[in-house]
Design a protein around this ligand. Sequence first.
Ligand SMILES: Cc1cc2nc3c(=O)[nH]c(=O)nc-3n(C[C@H](O)[C@H](O)[C@H](O)COP(=O)(O)OP(=O)(O)OC[C@H]3O[C@@H](n4cnc5c(N)ncnc54)[C@H](O)[C@@H]3O)c2cc1C
Length: 424
Amino acid sequence: MQEYELIIVGGGPAGLAAAISARENGIERLLILERDYELGGILNQCIHNGFGLHTFKEELTGPEYAQRFIDQVFEKNIPYKLNTMVLEIEACGDEKMVTAINKEDGLMRLKTKSVILAMGCRERPRGALNIPGYRPAGIYTAGTAQRLVNMEGLMPGREVVILGSGDIGLIMARRMTLEGAKVKVVAELLPYSGGLQRNIVQCLEDFDIPLKLSHTVVEVHGKERVTGVTLAEVDENRRPIPGTEEFYSCDTLLLSCGLIPENELSVKAGIELSNITSGPVVNESLETNIKGIFACGNVLHVHDLVDYVSEEAKKAGQQAAAFLQEKESDKKEKTIIIQPEGGIRYTVPQKIRTESMEENLTVRFRVGKVYENVYVNVYLGDKQIIHKKRKKMAPGEMEQIILKKSDLTQELKFDKIIMKLEEA
Ligand SMILES: Cc1cc2nc3c(=O)[nH]c(=O)nc-3n(C[C@H](O)[C@H](O)[C@H](O)COP(=O)(O)OP(=O)(O)OC[C@H]3O[C@@H](n4cnc5c(N)ncnc54)[C@H](O)[C@@H]3O)c2cc1C
């Protein structure tokens, strides 16, 4: 049986950055397992630019950004297996067993001391959306359409309606337009877009594509192929308002209705998941409830910018290395829970071991709706330890604050931090 110190599941930007960082921190016997035929993950189909502004201070395309990390994987001789699907991760005491399959090796059982989960996320399919009507051809998730256009050279259709204004939907509105299709409208169920502001401007406004907020598809027309959709406005309970229906003729409906972390492997392994992110609950080291299993990237929580994925994954690699080199103390440490309240939906990490944390810990979070001129306040008991003004916050944009170790270790009597949005 092959034995490793670290196995990384997924060869997207998270898996690549985690592997590079683990190797830089002295881990020799590591392996990346990737189910696709090439490394790079979702970036391979994102041929638009806008990647890497934080990491490289340059605007790269997705494949260019991925290549910078793939080159380092080659330079550092980090082994990887492509076309290899991980089927199961089992934790048996200090050892973990990874079951994977590919054509050359067949079914493999790989023994490892630690695992980094970097499986990314997938799109919410139509079945989960409950749109009434027949199931004609011409309905795609926006990510599938992106892969067809950018990687396979196929156009899914000519007259397009997009449901959902997440980043993939916005980017595909522009992409389909540039390829000669007519994008008639982008409809969004919520009263605000789930995408980045820069994508609303660059992908819709620059191309005069209308965005209808608080609207949804109430009917899909056509039996063999989509011939049109009916949109209607929705009320504050997201129920269609009778009399507001409008028909749009189209041959294609693209769905961009949210992403869900790929967490079947995590569930099977017994990893505790967050109800909000659907990704693992992690501590300050990005370690799950199973010792030696770490998570980073979109499998942990959906990111809007790849730079943050790479940053988080670098940390997961460092922490996995520290775990393997037993730099991590095994003593029982005090754990503080971060409790999101008043407008904050979730934080990552969700808990902190105060002694193990670095001096400045980045806590990422998202808010539940659009806020203007609010303060992000953090409390330890009655004591306010952070008070930061934000001009505008939106659910589509990931936010962050820095927690200082010195602030937490002074007040050891508390077992939770409360993080909330307040007017002043
Ligand atoms: C359409 C789109 C547009 C975007 N635009 C931008 C942008 O303009 N700028 C920006 O900064 N960011 C952008 N992003 C965000 C960024 O691309 C993602 O946040 C980032 O790619 C996530 O990296 P990841 O490694 O976590 O996941 P992924 O890139 O999804 O990689 C996960 C990998 O794991 C593999 N995998 C999954 N399960 C298994 C398994 N069981 N066995 C083996 N392998 C497995 C998958 O095949 C995949 O290769 C965009 C994302 C999308 C989807």
